[in-house]
Write a protein that binds this ligand. Structure first.
Ligand code: ADP
Ligand code: MG
Length: 821
């Protein structure tokens, strides 16, 4: 039993010339009047009193260091700062760059200390939380809000779901603390306002065990809490309203309950009434630190200014009461089975030695001790029972999980059946939609892609510990139990409760529950196995479905390739057609050449250019040249259009008609002109010369006429050919377009089915992964259950034999020494 260590710290005055009202002498603080006469009622003595000039280094050295070192040895430790806002709590706990506070100094000291302990290995986990408006929020993981407090026989009070970070050096923790501070800013514009209205708790869990070849196998677990409380001022003084008022009420409530707890604890321990730890989250978390199994120090900070005098007095009264609290700190050890057996053996040996000395008093003491132990074992048996129950509960959760997986697979099936391949209407889809028992599944198709919710196992205490390779042979105890021990049992445990001998007789005989429990578990396992088999068959079906889809996909690819080939063939066919306009163009060129030859011949025949026949012929020449040029330009346009790939409309087709018309007109006018000319010639030259001339001209004219007719025929044929080629070209173009569309739609269908295949494959993979994880977990669970039942039965056996041994020895003793009774 030891008293809580209480210190007071006065912060420097905020005004320059403010002489403090509080006088500090050694470990006493007193209120002075202006004439330096102390007010008799206002003088308090504490373990330490730190004045304005004190540093955090000094506070740490004198107040906290021992607690930190004890925590490394396996004792729970708590240090907290209490006082009104701006009295220096945060300065003391967190400190400044130049003078780090208790938290930072403790972190560094813990790691320095660990370095010096060579025969033990350590595992350190840290968490950082705040209590704001009676809600616990995780400062290391913003998503963990409104956490709940649970109580466990072995672990004591703990915050469920709080992130515990395993750390290996001081720097890592300091970084975590900084990130925690950032999280504290969340939603608050004024950090100071927030901080003075929330309690923050920084927690280190220090686990250690002896390295190999060391004498003890026990694991030591200690919890170190470093707390910066909210400001303790009254709301009336702050003049708050609205949100601030609500906050104030919560702060006042939790601090008032803290005061109540401290008041009750400070009363004489014999009269000690019920302690209202459960009335606030703060007192529940600090329960072991207040009158429980922990070494605790409180630093009460006061502001020296005159207008804070009432608050300061309040703080000092709180500190005086806290000074009276006694705690019972003991090293927290968890024994492994091997260590427990070793210890029991040595104790029996010791007992035997003492029995041989046969002093009744000593014996009585020993018996008392043993009965105390028996009580402890009883409690442990109870705990094991609850653990087994917890196991069953977990099994149920797993069953639920498997059901959800089944649902997921059914959803996948639906996904497959809902895919709209026209070709995929085969019967095998129907078979998929059926459950193994033949019933049809009618799950909602809108939920097809929804991923079922998998409940992941809580990151339990054991899981956290298993990260620490050195502790793998730790006794198989599940720590994440939600069982809540009542407060009195806990207090009893903390206080080292001693039972009397009579109680030993009244202890009910142990009921061996392992067999039925194991049978029930086995039944669960069998059911689970069946479900796993079902899942497997579902996955097989899915695989076959996937394969058939793949085959279809390949078929489609082949079809697509065929279509592509056809398209290229058609393109090949269209190529010669494209040549037609070119050929026409060339033939027009030839015509032009022939025509030029004719003109040249005519020119040589014509003596006089200025004669009326000459004029006529030159007029006709011009028209024909323009006609041929038009033809040429027409064909070159068609060729250009083909090259650019555009569907050329033929704007010159009207021109064709007009040109042909004008050609005809010119030809007929030429003929009539020639005839008129003939008459004139007949009248003018009636000689032989004239007749010969006329004959020559006539034959030339008919020659030209013939050539012209030939040209016209050729032209109209070419025109027809062009028309036909244009039509067939258009037809082919349409066909190509159609094929293109068909190919595009096929492409889209193929990519859609590929997408689906991918989704199905990934879903299948996920389901398989989940299944594997589930199987693994189940195996671990089975193993754990086996170990627990084995440990349980072996412990029971040893207990019974131990019990029998004692009984027989007692009987022997009573028969040997009937007087000593
Ligand atoms: P609380 O956390 O109690 O509301 P703070 O720790 O924030 O108060 O202190 C209020 C102000 O006083 C801060 O600016 C802090 O730096 C300063 N302060 C408090 N205690 C001391 C001290 N011992 N020495 C120097 N400055 C201090
Ligand atoms: Mg503060």
């Amino acid at each position: 039993m030891e008293k809580i260590c209480v210190a007071v710290r006065v912060r420097p005055s905020s005004s320059e010339n403010g002489s403090s009202l509080w006088k500090v002498e050694d470990n006493r603080i007193s209120l002075h009047k202006s004439l330096d006469t102390p007010i008799s009622t206002a003088s308090y003595a504490f373990d330490h009193v730190f004045d304005e000039r004190s540093t955090n280094a000094c506070v740490y050295e004198l107040l906290t260091k021992d607690i930190i070192h004890a925590a490394v040895e396996g004792f729970n430790g708590t240090a907290f700062a209490y006082g009104q806002t701006s009295s220096g709590k945060t300065f003391t706990m967190t400190g400044s760059e130049t003078d780090p506070g208790i938290i930072r100094r403790s972190i560094r000291d813990v790691f320095e200390r660990i370095q010096t302990i060579k025969d033990r290995e350590f595992l350190i986990r840290v968490s950082y939380m705040e209590i704001y408006n009676e809600e616990i929020n995780d400062l290391l993981a913003v998503e963990n809000q409104r956490l709940q407090i649970h109580e466990h026989l072995e672990r004591g009070v703990f915050v469920a779901g709080l992130k515990e970070e395993i750390v290996s050096d001081a720097e890592q923790i300091l970084k975590l603390l900084d990130s925690g501070e950032v999280n504290r800013h969340f939603g608050e514009t004024n950090m100071n306002v927030h901080s003075s209205r929330s309690h923050t708790i920084f927690r280190m869990v220090i686990e250690s065990r002896g390295k190999e070849n060391s004498s003890t196998d026990a694991i030591r677990v200690s919890v170190l809490n470093l707390v910066d409380l909210a400001g303790s001022e009254r709301i009336a003084k702050t003049g708050a309203g609205g949100v601030r008022l609500t906050e104030g009420k919560y702060i006042n409530k939790s601090l008032m309950i803290l005061g109540n707890v401290i008041n009750k604890l400070s009363e004489s321990s014999k009269l000690r009434p019920h302690i209202p730890y459960r009335d606030s989250k703060l007192t529940r978390i600090l329960q072991p630190a207040l009158g429980g199994n922990a070494k605790t120090c409180i630093i009460c900070t006061i502001a020296p200014e005159e207008h804070h005098i009432e608050e300061s007095k309040g703080t000092l009264q709180f500190a005086s009461r806290a000074k009276r609290i006694t705690n019972c700190a003991q090293v927290n050890e968890i024994l492994t089975d091997a260590a427990l057996l070793k210890r029991q053996k040595s104790e029996i040996e010791e007992l035997r030695m003492k029995l041989e000395g046969s002093h009744a008093e000593v014996l009585e003491q020993e018996i008392l001790k043993l009965s105390n132990q028996m009580l402890k074992y009883e409690l442990e048996c109870e705990r094991l029972k609850t653990q087994l129950e917890e196991e069953r509960r977990k099994q149920k959760e797993q069953e639920q999980c498997i059901k959800e997986q089944q649902l997921k697979i059914e959803n996948l099936n639906n996904l497959v059946t809902n895919s709209d391949f026209k070709t995929n209407k085969s019967e095998d889809f129907v078979s998929l939609r059926r459950k193994p028992d033949g019933r049809c599944n009618v799950s909602d198709s809108s939920d097809v892609l929804g991923t079922p919710f998998f409940k992941s196992a809580e990151r339990s205490f054991v899981v956290a510990r298993s990260n620490y390779s050195g502790l793998s042979d730790f006794s198989p105890m599940v720590d994440s139990l939600g069982d809540v021990a009542d407060e009195d049992t806990w207090t009893k445990l903390n206080k080292g409760f001693v039972a009397d001998l009579d109680q030993l007789q009244f202890t009910p005989a142990y009921k061996r529950q392992t067999t039925p429990l194991t049978a029930a578990t086995a039944e669960h396992l069998r059911e689970n196995h069946k479900e796993v088999e079902d899942l497997k068959s579902q996955i097989e079906l899915l695989t076959s479905e996937k394969n058939s889809l793949q085959v279809k996909f390949h078929e489609q690819v082949v079809q697509n390739n065929k279509l592509m080939e056809q398209m290229s063939e058609i393109k090949q066919e269209t190529l010669p057609m494209k040549e037609i306009p070119k050929r026409l163009f060339e033939s027009v060129g030839n015509c032009k050449d022939v025509y030029k030859d004719v003109i040249v011949t005519m020119k040589t025949l014509m003596g006089e250019k200025e004669s009326p026949t000459g004029k006529l012929i030159f007029g006709a020449t011009k028209i024909t040249t323009s006609l041929l040029s038009t033809l040429e330009s027409q064909f070159s346009m068609i060729i250009d259009g083909q090259k650019s790939g555009s569907n050329v409309e033929h704007p010159l087709s009207d021109q064709w008609e007009t040109l042909l018309g004008s050609l005809k007109n010119t030809a007929s006018s030429l003929v009539s002109d020639a005839q008129a000319q003939n008459k004139i010639l007949n009248s003018h030259y009636k000689g032989q010369e004239a007749a010969a001339m006329e004959e020559k001209l006539k034959s030339e004219l008919s020659n030209i006429k013939e050539r012209y007719n030939e040209l016209e025929k050729k032209l109209s044929m070419d025109k027809q050919l062009l028309q036909a080629s244009r039509e067939s070209h258009e037809k082919l173009e349409k066909e190509v377009q159609f094929l293109k569309e068909e190919r595009d739609s096929l492409d889209a269908a193929v990519s859609q089915s590929t997408q689906r295949l991918r989704v199905i494959a990934s879903d299948k993979e996920n389901a398989l992964k989940d299944l594997n994880v589930e199987m693994k977990r189940r195996k671990e669970m089975e193993e754990e259950i086996k170990q627990i039942s084995f440990a349980f039965s072996s412990r029971q056996r040893s207990l019974m034999s131990f019990h029998n041994e004692i009984k027989s020895k007692m009987q022997k003793l009573t028969t040997q020494n009937p007087k000593s009774k």
